[in-house]
Design a protein around this ligand. Structure first.
Ligand SMILES: [Zn+2]
Length: 76
């Protein structure tokens, strides 16, 4: 599994508050599935997202909280 930073394209968002940067899970096979899932549980169709080469903008806090951290048990 690969994680990328992505947010809704401007034309698919109802304002800047919907353009938070999510951590999106990509399948390991390199294919593009019909739906992509963020770490926070949100589901997106691939064409509504733009990927970001580096973290930037307002982050999705639930996505950040859901990232596993080495050495710490989950949810701490
Ligand atoms: Zn998110």
């Amino acid at each position: 599994m690969t994680l990328i930073f992505a947010r809704l394209l401007r034309e698919h968002a109802r304002g800047e508050s919907e353009r938070v940067v999510h951590l999106i899970r990509l399948p390991g096979d390199g294919g593009i599935p019909p739906h992509l899932f963020a770490q926070c549980g949100e589901r997106f169709e691939p064409y509504v997202l733009e990927s970001l080469p580096l973290p930037g903008g307002a982050p999705c806090v639930p996505c950040l909280a859901a990232v596993p951290r080495p050495g710490l048990p989950p949810n701490e």
